[in-house]
Each structure stands twice: as C-alpha cells, then as structure tokens.
Design a protein around this ligand. Structure first.
Ligand SMILES: Cc1cc2nc3c(=O)[nH]c(=O)nc-3n(C[C@H](O)[C@H](O)[C@H](O)COP(=O)(O)O)c2cc1C
Length: 392
C-alpha cells in the first residue's frame, strides 16, 4: 500500500514509559510509504534505543544538539518535515514547547517549526495526576490555540500501577490523526459524510444469524480517507471499529435503515453489503434441535431496499453513492441500479475481486453516464480515488 504521496514525518520522542510503543507507530508510517526521521530528548534514550529507531526509520536518530555536523539540524529537520508528531509527549516537553523553551534538540526543532505553520500533533502520555495538573492543562490549551492538534490520552491501567486518564492513545489512532493532519482540505471540515460498511446480520434466533462474506474493508478504507480529507465522518458499520471519527454499530438491514433515517449528510456512501432477505420466523430464544422434528426450515422475507428508501428523500445538494456487487453482467446491473434507485454514482465491483480481499478493481459510473475504470489496487488507494471523483 502506498498512500503517502511522498510525505515526510518527523517523530519527536520524549521520556515517557510509553515510548516503546512508538516502534510500532514508525512501522505503520513506513509500511504505508511515509518517510520518517526521529528526534528524541536525551532522557528518552532511557526508554528507547537509537539502534532500533534507526533500523525501523531507515534514517539517523537525532538527539545530540552539539555534535559536529554539516548543517544546523534543528532547522533542517523543521524544514524537511511535513508534520511534527511528538509522541509520546511528556508533561515536561509539552510545558517547554508552550513556553518557548528550546534547551534540547527536540524543543529547539519545535521552537523553529511552530513558525513554519505546518501541522503539529502531540500524543501525551503521563500519570493521571500530571495530566490533571492545571499548569499542564493550561499549557495544552495554549498550544491548541496555536493550532497544535492533540490525540487525547486514554483511560486505562497506567505503568505507575494506578488506573485513570493518561495512557498513550492507541498507535492506530495516532496514525489516523497524523494522516488527517497531512491530507486534509480545511474546506471539507464542515461537510458531512456517512459511510456504511460490512455485511448485515439477520437474526435466526438469540445466537444464530445469516450474513454474507463482506469484510467491510472497502467501506472502512473509504471512511478513513474521508476522515483524512477533512470531512466529518459517521461510519455506520456492522463491524467493530475504533476510530477518531464517529462510528455507529448496527447488525441488521433494518437497524442500518433506522440509523440512516433523518440523518443530515452531504455525501452518503453505501459500501455495506445489505442482506436482501431477513428471517420471517425469527425466534427470540435459542432454537434447540430437540424441539425440531425432521428438517428445520427458515422462511425468508425481503428486507427494505435501504439505499432506495433513503434516496427517495434526497435533497438537491446531497449526493448518494451506491455499490453494485455481482458476478454476472456487472456494468448493466450497476447502470440499472443507478437509475432505479435515484443515485448520483454507482461503484461496480466484481464478486471475485471485491469480497474479503485487500485489493479491488472498480468502475465508477456517474449519473451522466460517464464511466471511470480504476485498475486493481489496494482498497486504501481505491477508496482515495473514489472520493476524489465523487466529492468534487
Ligand atoms: C520510569 C519513568 C517513567 C516516566 N513516565 C513518564 C510519562 O509517562 N510521562 C511524563 O510526562 N513523564 C514521565 N516520566 C518523567 C519524565 O521522564 C521527566 O519529567 C523527564 O524530565 C522528562 O524529560 P523530557 O521531556 O526531556 O523527555 C517518567 C520517569 C520515569 C523515571
């Protein structure tokens, strides 16, 4: 996967016990094609090793401000990077940054970098007492007012043996928030996108259900890229998602429809594989085989057509994008759905390439009849291209 567009990320590591988790964050950035350099405080080297950081980032690890060199590193690092991610950020370093103190290489980079008006992301990690210290909170507020973004620490079990707020946010959340800072168009901040994803589950009884093979990966990639592009995202999903945007868990087609009704949106992207049928003779309690004589028959009845129902009340400024998945006569089937269901675009994808895979190959069909083919690529790259076409 390469969604990076050749962007540079400078990670600043401070001396929090959570520093070891940044090895995983570096791997996430690198796996997705981003260039990574690392600057640490000297104290941080009690928790992480320059050898590991250099191996994972494939770059020199910077921490010594006064070693002989060819250029002035606190300036060259600040100009090189597209974003400065300080993770984990200690209470001490947050306070120094807020007060304009530049007494080590990391804080000197920050001091210069703030003037360049490029994105900055802090991921604090500390004991709950430190986090709730009003001086630290005041310093965080000051940095937020200077357009620094923060990934909120989480509640949880802390290394000091207590439980409370202060745990470093999950590295995946730091990763997603980094990409939003790197790729967002601020004009999108006021626009709302709803993305549905996953296969719906139709109950048979209290423990069994019928579903389909949709993994939800295509819809998740679309919701992620919508978030990176700066939209306000609501993912209505049949799969569990931990994200920095709103997620709403549903099971059945009817639950999905209920969630969609009366929602405000600019774009609705229906990537979910909504079951066409539900069980008519659904049981509230578990059906045991002792109760059944001979074969057990399920009677299926048609579900409401979710996208067509919502599209009936579509306002002029709203756009609805449907998906069509089939293994025969794909393009004609997609064209018919586009017209019959009052959609603005339909994304046609084949059962063989789309279901439960990491890659896909799609055809985007516009209401006007225009057709755009997107060749086989990762679902992340396909998602980005779909949004570039449909969210003009
Ligand atoms: C074992 C240990 C764990 C620590 N964990 C944290 C932490 O999670 N967050 C924090 O703000 N400070 C933590 N500290 C305190 C900082 O290391 C200390 O404030 C240090 O001066 C910060 O330096 P730096 O910001 O230059 O890296 C810890 C100290 C020790 C000894």
């Amino acid at each position: 996967m390469n969604t990076s567009l050749n962007k540079n990320i400078l990670i600043g590591i401070t001396s929090s016990i959570a520093a070891y988790k940044i090895y995983e964050l570096i791997r996430l950035y690198k796996k997705n094609g981003y260039n990574v350099k690392i600057v640490t405080t000297k104290n941080a080297l009690n928790f992480v090793s320059p050898l590991v950081l250099e191996t994972l980032s494939e770059n020199k690890c910077f921490y010594n401000q006064f070693e002989p060199r060819d250029n002035v590193e606190h300036i060259s690092l600040a100009t090189w990077t597209d974003i400065f991610v300080i993770a984990p950020s200690s209470a001490n370093t947050i306070s120094k940054c807020a007060q304009g103190i530049a007494d080590n290489l990391l804080t000197s980079v920050f001091c210069a970098y703030l003037g360049y008006k490029k994105p900055i992301l802090f991921a604090p990690a500390m004991n709950t007492g430190m986090w709730e210290n009003p001086i630290i909170q005041e310093n965080i507020l000051k940095l937020k007012k200077l357009n620094c973004d923060f990934v909120e620490p989480q509640n949880g079990f802390l290394a000091c043996g207590t439980e409370g707020k202060g745990k470093l946010a999950d590295v995946n959340l730091i990763y997603h928030q980094t990409l939003r800072n790197l790729h967002q168009n601020k004009n999108n901040n006021s626009k709302k996108i709803i993305v549905t994803m996953g296969g719906t589950k139709e109950k048979i009884d209290s423990v069994r259900y019928i579903t389909n093979s949709s993994s939800g990966k295509m819809g998740t990639a679309i919701a992620d890229w919508a978030y990176y592009f700066g939209f306000e995202v609501n993912a209505i999903s049949t799969i569990e998602l931990e994200r920095n945007y709103k997620t709403t868990k549903v099971n059945s087609a009817i639950e999905m429809l209920n969630q969609l009704q009366n929602q405000d949106y600019d774009y609705l992207i229906m990537a979910a594989a909504v079951g066409d049928f539900k069980v008519q003779n659904e049981s509230e309690t578990k059906i045991s085989k002792e109760e059944i004589e001979g074969d057990f028959c399920l009677k299926l009845t048609k579900n409401p057509d979710v996208v067509a129902t919502i599209a009936k009340n579509k306002k002029e400024n709203q756009k609805i994008i449907g998906f069509c998945l089939t293994d025969k006569d794909l393009i004609n089937c997609a064209k018919n759905k586009l017209i019959n269901k009052n959609l603005d675009y339909i994304i046609a994808n084949d059962v063989k390439t789309a279901l439960n895979t990491n890659q896909n190959k799609v055809t985007i069909i516009e209401k006007s009849g225009k057709i755009i083919d997107i060749d086989l690529d990762t679902k992340e790259n396909i998602a980005k291209k779909i949004l570039e076409v449909v969210c003009d």
